[in-house]
Design a protein around this ligand. Sequence first.
Ligand code: OS5
Length: 233
Amino acid sequence: MSKQTIAIMGAMPEEVAPILEAIGEYETVEFAKNRYYKANYKGVDVVIAYSKIGKVFSTLTATTMIEHFGATKLLFSGVAGAISPELKVGDIVVATKLSQHDLDITAFGHPFGYVPEGAVYVEADKELIECSKRVASSMGKEVKEGIIATGDQFVADETRKNWIGKEFDAVALEMEGGSVAVVCDSLNIPFFILRSISDAADMDASFSFDEFLESSAIISAEFIIKMLDEIIG
Ligand code: OS5
């Protein structure tokens, strides 16, 4: 088998800091106005970065990790706003599919989230989802699987959240997964998006986010490190 390089990305420094801490030693490489952290973890090459917030920066980072750093698999670790009332702060969500809730050419008769030659949903890698189930059971953790909706918008509004939930059948929302999914799907790279809940995307969302960003990011990162261990074998 040819050599693998596993990419681990987040959007914010807080999402990636616990990953870097677990990895321990790494080299910092600057590329395209961002920093990428290269390491050898238990004999496997890894590249880690936070993209900065939103679809454009996360597209740039995912593409760079694949095309410049040679990533053969991509794992995303971070936080999300809950749509499903079952999801509470600190709960873990595994994306089965991702969509872009702010993509709108409905004026031409297309559904929300669709552009010609694209698709409303992009599916995450099934083997990585299976791997996450093994990890969850080894940790004795419950993990919710479901659709995650992405948009360039911090949602802090019950009406908007409920619309996204209904229109896309989504259980959680965030600002990067959908674009990372499009990149990985287009370049044929298996990907996995994990999020731990930081807020309920309602009027209190910004306060909840500020309070729980760090703790929820750690919950997500710990799970991703266990996934890395399982993938490496
Ligand atoms: O990356 C963004 C999406 N993340 C998931 C998320 C989310 N997305 C949409 N709606 C919600 N309700 C969500 N809940 C969780 C989180 C992140 C949200 S945007 C947060 C911006 C906070 C911030 N702004 N300035 N700083 C932090 C400080 C700063 C200053 C300079 C450089 C870097 C940070």
